[in-house]
Every structure is written in C-alpha cells, then in structure tokens.
Unconditional design. Structure first.
Length: 317
C-alpha cells in the first residue's frame, strides 16, 4: 500500500520528479500530478481508469498564477475568484497555450481552483507548476474524504498519500463556466448556488446533459457504490426489502436504531455536517455490503442541493 504521511517536502519532491501524490483538499482528496508534465498527467488517467475525454482541474495557490494559465479572465469570473478563493469553487476559463491538451481533453477551456485546505496550500505554494488533480478514486466510484479512503483503492498505484485528516466540506467543488458570457453552474458542489448568486446575481444551472457532457461529473451514473442503492421514503423501502439485509442513509432520523447499517448524516439537521459525512457513509455501507442501500433525499436547499445531486447519480436509475 502507499505510504501515508504529513511530509509536504516529500510530496513536492515526488511531484517535481513526475510522480503522483494524493493530496487533501477541503472538498475531497485529489490525485495530483505535475500539470506541465504530460506523462504525469497521462499517468493520472491510467491510475483512475478515467476516460481521456474527461478533463482535469488545475490547482494552484495564487490568483496571479491562475492568470498565466488562461487567455481571458472576465470581470464576473474575477468577482467570484475574489469572493470564494481559496475555496470549493472551480472556474472554467479559456485556456492559454501553456496548458497541454491532455489536461483539458482537447477543450478550449481549462478548469482551475485554488483550494483552501492548509496542507494543499503549503504544498502548492512551494511548486512552480500547477497540479492537475481529479478526485482520488477509481473512475465513477465514490470520492475519498480521508487518506484511508484513497489507500483502499489507489494504494498500490501511487507512492505517497499526504494526510490532511478528514475533508471538512466533503463534496466536490462547485464548477462555474461562462459560455457566451453567461455564468453557468456545471456541477453543484460545496459552494452554495445562493452564495454565488449573492455576488453576481442569477446564474444558469446546467448539470444534466448526459449525451455530450461538458463536464462528465454530469454523467448520470457517477459516485456509485457497488451495492444497489434506492432513493425514496425509507419506511416504505424498508417494507419493500423486508426479506433482504438493508443499509440506511438518512438525514436526521435513524430508522434502524443502533444498527451498524444505519448512517444518520446529521442528527441536528445541519447541511454542512451531512455533506461532510456523505461519502464516508456510502463507502462504509458499500464495505459492509448489505443486499441493498436505501436513502432519502434532503430538503432541496443549501448544501442539500449538491448532496441530492450526488445521491441521484449514485442510485440505481
Ligand atoms: O473538489 C474538487 O473539484 C476535487 C478536488 C480534488 O479539487 N476535484 C474533482 O475533480 O472533483 P474531478 O476530476 O473528479 O472532477 C472534475 C470535473 C469533471 O466532471 C470534469 O469533467 C470537469 O470537472 N471538468 C474539468 N475540466 C473541464 C472543462 N474544461 N470543461 C468542462 N468540465 C470540465
Ligand atoms: Mg471525481
């Protein structure tokens, strides 16, 4: 398995020499490689078993650096960057010549983010290149929110996992692009849409084109456990699957008492706490491997919007 540790210099050395390292961010753990090193980027796709049509996000620590990677930084994008970076926001901007096509899967835009986690900030500060970093999970499986999650699936494929503890946000960044100058959310995530609209006014939301996805995080099946998962009214689903072993993921209320198959995301009804717990609960249940997992949607507000998006994509359609 990979070595898990807190040695930032070691992680930087590995990245400089073209190796991959898992790094913590406040959203989920990323599988990082030198974005200016095409072989390292190609290796990311291989380790994740990710199709080459699914582009990567560049991560760096300063806005001045981001400006070197893009041809244009429209004022409306800059307003968002000023308001929410470092943080769980990814911007899609026209890429500069410097960015290799392998990073963007040939698209004319590049995804960029300045993460907030202190460990990733220290790591990125000391590098003279951005890192390309998708979530550190096998393609279409549940994103990792601890170093141990990364080790479970990618441990034999990478040398080092930088441990920054459990992720505080727990779901991926919100992705915003500007097609024809119109601010558009392409992935609902850890930055609330209300917060974005508080800065730039009404935005479009376009997270459901599945045939020709602009962001394959938009693909309908994603973030999926191996155990079949069903969404609905939990008491009804429990009655329906009475003959089977059933795991439950619910928001505030426990339906299986103290059973280890019961995961309550936030007893006090806190959306941020629920987001933080979500992927760990899905992974834990997938490992316990009941016959089915049943879940309920959260109220469609606050981070409930992004949580419900992940649950719908993870469920059997
Ligand atoms: O929170 C996050 O964003 C995490 C952490 C590690 O930063 N990263 C992450 O990366 O979730 P990934 O690769 O798992 O998801 C990135 C999404 C994909 O759905 C990809 O298709 C989309 O971003 N994407 C990347 N570049 C794009 C581009 N130029 N245009 C449209 N979508 C893009
Ligand atoms: Mg991902």
């Amino acid at each position: 398995m990979a070595e898990i540790g807190k040695d930032i210099e070691k992680a930087q050395q590995l990245l400089r020499s073209g190796e991959l390292v898992a790094m913590p961010t406040e959203t989920v753990y990323g599988l990082a490689g030198n974005a200016f090193h095409p072989a390292a980027v190609a290796h990311i796709f291989k380790v994740k078993n990710r199709p080459a049509f699914d582009p990567l996000i560049l991560h760096t620590d300063r806005l001045e650096k981001v400006k070197q990677f893009v041809r244009d930084f429209p004022p409306i994008a800059e307003q968002l960057a000023q308001a929410f970076w470092p943080g769980p926001l990814t911007l899609l901007l026209p890429k500069s010549e410097q960015i290799h096509d392998i990073v963007t899967s040939g698209l004319d835009t590049v995804a960029v983010r300045i993460p907030q986690h202190p460990v990733s900030r220290n790591l990125l500060e000391g590098l003279d290149f951005p890192v390309a970093a998708p979530s550190a999970n096998p393609f279409s499986y549940i994103s990792p929110t601890t170093a141990q999650h990364v080790n479970q699936h990618l441990g034999t494929k990478i040398p080092y996992i930088l441990d920054g503890g459990p992720c505080t946000v727990g779901i991926e960044s919100t992705i915003v692009g500007f097609p024809d100058g119109i601010p558009t959310v392409f992935r609902k995530g850890g930055l609330k849409i209300e917060a974005i609209e508080g800065i730039i006014g009404k935005v479009q939301v376009n997270t459901h084109s599945s045939s020709q996805p602009t962001a394959p995080g938009m693909l309908n099946k994603h973030y999926s456990p191996k155990v079949p998962m069903f969404i609905g009214d939990i008491p009804k689903l429990l009655a329906e699957y009475e003959e089977k072993s059933v795991g439950v993921i619910s928001f505030q209320q426990a339906y299986l008492g103290e059973s280890p198959l019961q995961f309550t995301l936030s007893k006090k009804g806190d959306f941020a706490e629920a987001a933080q717990q979500l992927f760990a609960a899905l992974r834990a249940l997938d490992t316990l491997a009941p016959d089915v997992i049943v879940v309920e949607l959260l109220p469609e507000q606050d981070l409930g919007i992004a949580i419900n998006d992940r649950l719908r994509r993870a469920a059997v359609q």
